[in-house]
Design a protein around this ligand. Structure first.
Ligand SMILES: *Cc1c(COP(=O)(O)O)cnc(C)c1O
Length: 393
C-alpha cells in the first residue's frame, strides 16, 4: 500500500544530513559541555557553532539564543518568566484565542495565580486587527503574545504591525514562530519582537529540542533552576546532539527556503482549487493568501473529520483533524471555533500539511481517494438533511 504523509505541521522526519551531523554526538563525542577538559570542549564548540547558525538564520546575536526542549518550553518560559519577572509592574497579558496550547495553557495557569489575560478577537480568516490590540492595551499590560502563523489554519499574522504597537508603549512582544522558522523568512529585527519561539522538529530536525530568542536586555525569569548552563537562564546539561541537529536542519532549510516555499505554495493552491472543483460543500478554513505555503485546511459538510481521517489512514494517507492535540481528545478545535466556523463544520474539518517529500502525484492520489471517501461517507450520513451550512460574515 502507498504510504503518504501529509501531516508535516504536526512533525517532520529528520533529514539524512541531520542524522549524519548528530550521530557523532551520540557516540564518540560525549563530553559534558561544561567540563573543562578537551572532551567537554569538543561538545561546547559544537553547541556554540549551532547557536551561531540559529542566531544568523533569524538575525539575532549569538547570546540572544537559548536552547530549550522545544516550542512548548520556549513558550512557557516567556509567559511564566515574564509574568514572574514583571508582576510588580502589572499583571495583564494580551494574547489570542487561536494560539497553540503551549501558549494558552500557561495563560490559564497564570489566570489561576491572579494574572488577567485578554484574548483578542480574530476575524473569520484568523487575522488579528491591530486596532483591537491598541484598544486592549492597559497601563498594567506587561506582555503581548501573538503567534507568527497558526498551526491549524496556516494564517500568517501581521506581526510587524502588531509589535510596532507594543514597542510604542514599551511592552514586551513575543511571537510563537514554530510554524514559520525554516519555512518562510523570519528576522527578529524586521519583526521587531523581544521573544521568538523555535522548534526543530517542525523543520526536519529532531524532536525535543528548540530555542528561544530573547532580545538583549529583556527581563525574564528562568523556568529551570540548577546549573549555570545557558547563562543561568536554562539549567540542565545541554542536549548536544539535538542542538547540533537543529543547527544543521535550519542551515539546510534556509538554503532552499525560497524555492521550497514557492514549490509548496503552488502545490497548496492546486490542491485547494481541485478540492473546491471536485468536492461540493467543501469550505476552506483560514486566509487564502496570508497563509503558510504548506497548509491546507478544509471543512467537509455532512461528515465527521474523524471518520475521514480514519478512512484516509486505511488508504495509507496521514492527515490531521484540526490539530494533532485535539484529534486524540475529540475536542472541537479551539481555532476553528474562534474564527466562527459552525460547530458541525468544525467536526468535518481536515488539515493537510505538505513538506519536502510531497509531490504533485501524491496530491492527485490524495484527491482521488478523498473524493471517493467523501462520497461514500456522505451517502451514509445521517446528517445530510438536517444540517444548516450558513457561515457567518
Ligand atoms: C508544534 C508547535 C508547538 C510545540 O512545539 P514542541 O517543540 O512540539 O513543544 C508550539 N507552537 C506551535 C505553533 C506549534 O506548531
Amino acid at each position: 500500500m502507498k504510504k503518504l504523509y501529509l501531516d508535516y505541521a504536526a512533525t517532520t522526519p529528520i533529514r539524512p544530513e541531520v542524522w549524519s551531523a548528530m550521530e557523532p554526538y551520540l557516540k564518540e563525542i560525549y563530553g559534558n559541555p561544561s567540563s573543562l577538559h578537551s572532551f567537554g570542549k569538543e561538545s561546547r564548540v559544537a553547541i556554540e557553532e549551532a547557536r551561531e547558525k540559529i542566531a544568523k538564520a533569524i538575525g539575532a546575536k549569538n547570546e540572544e539564543i537559548i536552547f530549550t526542549s522545544g516550542g512548548t518550553e520556549a513558550n512557557n518560559m516567556v509567559l511564566k518568566g515574564v509574568a514572574f519577572a514583571l508582576q510588580d509592574k502589572g499583571k495583564h497579558i494580551i494574547t489570542t484565542p487561536i494560539e497553540h496550547h503551549a501558549v494558552l495553557e500557561p495563560c490559564h495557569f497564570l489566570e489561576k495565580l491572579g494574572f488577567e489575560i485578554t484574548y483578542l478577537p480574530v476575524d473569520k480568516t484568523g487575522l488579528v486587527d491591530p486596532d483591537d490590540l491598541k484598544r486592549a492595551i492597559r497601563k498594567d499590560t506587561i506582555l503581548i503574545s501573538i503567534m507568527h502563523a497558526n498551526n491549524e489554519i496556516g494564517t500568517i499574522e501581521p506581526i510587524k504591525e502588531l509589535s510596532c504597537i507594543a514597542k510604542e508603549r514599551e511592552i514586551y512582544f513575543h511571537t510563537d514562530a514554530v510554524q514559520t522558522v525554516g519555512h518562510i523568512p523570519v528576522d527578529v529585527k524586521d519583526l521587531n519582537v523581544d521573544f521568538l519561539s523555535i522548534s526543530a522538529h517542525k523543520f526536519y530536525g529532531p524532536k525535543g529540542i528548540g530555542a528561544l530568542y530573547i532580545r538583549k536586555g529583556t527581563r525574564v525569569y528562568p523556568l529551570l533552576h540548577g546549573g549555570e548552563q545557558e547563562g543561568r537562564r536554562r539549567a540542565g546539561t545541554e542536549n548536544v546532539a539535538g542542538i547540533v541537529g537543529m543547527g544543521r536542519a535550519l542551515d539546510l532549510a534556509i538554503l532552499e527556503i525560497d524555492s521550497e516555499r514557492e514549490r509548496l505554495a503552488k502545490l497548496r493552491d492546486y490542491f485547494i482549487e481541485e478540492v473546491e472543483r471536485r468536492i461540493p460543500d467543501s469550505y476552506l478554513n483560514g486566509h487564502r493568501t496570508q497563509r503558510l505555503p504548506n497548509n491546507i485546511n478544509f471543512s467537509f459538510a455532512y461528515i465527521e473529520g474523524e471518520a475521514l481521517l480514519l478512512n484516509l489512514d486505511m488508504e495509507g494517507i496521514g492527515v490531521s483533524t484540526g490539530s494533532a492535540c485535539s484529534s486524540s481528545s475529540l475536542e472541537p478545535s479551539h481555532v476553528l471555533s474562534a474564527i466562527g466556523v459552525p460547530i458541525e463544520l468544525v467536526h468535518g474539518s481536515l488539515r493537510f500539511t505538505l513538506g519536502l517529500w510531497t509531490k504533485k502525484e501524491d496530491l492527485d492520489y490524495t484527491l482521488d481517494v478523498l473524493e471517493r471517501i467523501v462520497d461514500k461517507l456522505r451517502a451514509i450520513s445521517p446528517y445530510k438533511q438536517g444540517w444548516t451550512l450558513k457561515r457567518e460574515g
